[in-house]
Design a protein around this ligand. Structure first.
Ligand SMILES: *Cc1c(COP(=O)(O)O)cnc(C)c1O
Length: 370
């Protein structure tokens, strides 16, 4: 049996007729940018995300860049972010000329609230909380620190559609929540797409103007904007998928519940869930000191895995100018060498899950074999 890390079309085939009908409707509508599908998606997604407003954008990275830009964060400002974040999180900060200040993650792979305050300086303007792998960060503590120091709180929800902390949806604790609908995300489009959610309607209006060349009324440009519009086709297709999101999240929770219950291997650590946090399981990330051997062992059984992420942002070539070295963030570096994401996607069959579990349980690192 061959098991891939992700197979995107299984979700499509489940509701094929509806997607095809929606695509035809959009094609026949004669209206392709900023129309009724985008407005309807924005309304429906805001409701789902527990926010007053949603603004559809071209991508998740754009959501971060535009959020920081319109919140006035730029050159000379510092933004706190976790050291094991996805590199796009950091690019959202640096695209505006601001400086990322890395804080090591906690045992749940999220920003360690106990380590934030020691990194706050006179230049600190914001905290970016990334709900990595689908699990809510420690939002009570993080929000309290942001409020105490007068910092803007931005949430990166690109991996956490529907996740909550103590019953409150992620993306609503701070000023804005930034979403990606890249095809592999928990709510994935059939191309690139993103959005910002916020409870501040005035700010939402600014995002709406900014994404469309800075104009509310055609050819009347109030500010220097950009082109980061969600298109009608993606919005329409996302609306179809959004109807089934609870089902999709439930399916991911079932698969990961099974992984948690049935994987038993002394050489492998399973992910932990924080009290009060829900996880929507964007990834099921195990850690092991024998990762390369495990990857090879699973590949010999035709099970393919991925690493999120093999190089922490501070050691990437792109951020060489920040002058960090190996050893600057030991926890993130150790994670980069030991994390592994098991196959996880909607439509992963029960036999495939069992096959993965049996293979992972059968793994013994060579040096431990007598
Ligand atoms: C995917 C992702 C992004 C970027 O989203 P794009 O739509 O690919 O630009 C940002 N942050 C995190 C945590 C992500 O997983």
């Amino acid at each position: 049996m061959k098991v891939l890390p992700n197979v995107l079309d299984r979700q499509f085939f489940q509701h094929q007729a509806e997607y095809e009908q929606k695509a035809l409707d959009v094609l026949h509508s004669g209206w392709y940018i900023l129309g009724k599908e985008v407005s309807a998606f924005e309304r429906e997604f805001a409701e789902y995300a527990g926010a007053k407003a949603c603004v559809g954008l071209a991508s998740g990275l754009d959501a971060l860049i535009i959020a920081f830009k319109l919140l006035g964060i730029g050159a000379g400002d510092e933004v706190i972010v976790q050291s094991n974040a996805y590199i796009a999180c950091v690019m959202g900060i640096t695209a505006n000329g601001a400086t990322p200040v890395f804080v090591e993650p906690d045992a749940y792979h999220n920003l360690d609230a106990d380590k934030i305050e020691e990194k706050i300086t006179a230049k600190t303007k914001a905290i970016l909380a990334v709900h990595l792998y689908g699990q809510a960060s420690d939002m009570s503590a993080i929000k309290q620190i942001a409020d105490k120091h007068g910092l803007i709180l931005v949430e990166d929800c690109a991996q956490s559609h529907g996740a909550a902390f103590k019953g409150q949806k992620c993306g609503t604790f701070g000023t804005v929540g930034c979403y990606s609908f890249y095809p592999t995300k928990n709510l994935g489009a059939f191309g690139d797409a993103g959005a910002i959610v916020t409870n501040d309607e005035k700010l939402a209006d600014k995002f709406r103007i900014y994404r469309n060349y800075g104009s509310e009324k055609k050819y009347h440009n109030q500010m220097l904007g950009t082109n980061s519009r969600l298109d009608e086709m993606q919005a329409g297709l996302l609306r179809v998928k959004l109807k089934y999101i609870e089902e999709y999240t439930g399916e991911r929770q079932d698969i990961c519940g099974r992984y948690l219950n049935e994987i038993r291997n002394p050489y492998i650590k399973l992910p932990k869930i924080r009290d009060g946090a829900t996880t929507v399981w964007h990834q099921f990330v195990i850690t092991t000191d024998y990762r390369d051997a495990l990857i090879r062992f699973l590949e010999s059984k035709e099970i393919f895995t991925t690493i999120h992420y093999p190089i922490p942002p501070h050691l990437s070539e792109a951020y060489g100018y920040l002058n960090y070295r190996e050893g600057s963030f030991p926890i993130a570096e150790k994670l980069a060498d030991s994390v592994l994401s098991l196959p996880l996607y909607n439509g992963l069959a029960r036999e495939e899950q069992a096959y993965v579990i049996a293979a992972v349980n059968a793994f013994v690192p060579e040096k431990e074999v007598l």
